[in-house]
Design a protein around this ligand. Structure first.
Ligand code: SF4
Length: 99
């Protein structure tokens, strides 16, 4: 149930980010020349992403989502996985494939 709520909130946030970007608002993770900084596991890259988030109009909403659901990877709302008490790990789950 928690995963469903997390997915719903994730989708809402992604929609808000997309709409803001398409509406011309400056969303750093969408306009940066270094977008991979937001999903990097290196400290230097994450610091640049955190600096980008600091001027983002969606930062409070993004940070609330990431801290509430302990988003396991990436920089969200100026927080790193370490800030959220997580070690860097992929968000996707492994699934069993049968042939
Ligand atoms: S706060 Fe950071 S991660 Fe969230 S939308 Fe803004 S730039 Fe992207």
């Amino acid at each position: 149930m928690t995963e469903l709520i997390a997915d719903t909130e994730h989708n809402k946030l992604m929609t808000a980010i997309s709409e803001a970007h398409q509406g011309g608002e400056p969303i750093p993770c969408m306009t940066s020349t270094r977008p991979l900084d937001w999903i990097s596991d290196t400290t230097a890259d994450q610091r640049r992403a955190v600096a980008g988030c600091a001027v983002c109009p969606l930062a409070p909403k993004c940070r609330d989502y990431a801290t509430t659901f302990k988003e396991p990877a990436g920089v969200w709302g100026g927080t790193t996985p370490t800030d959220r008490g997580r070690t860097q790990m992929p968000r996707l789950k492994k699934v069993q494939v049968t042939k």
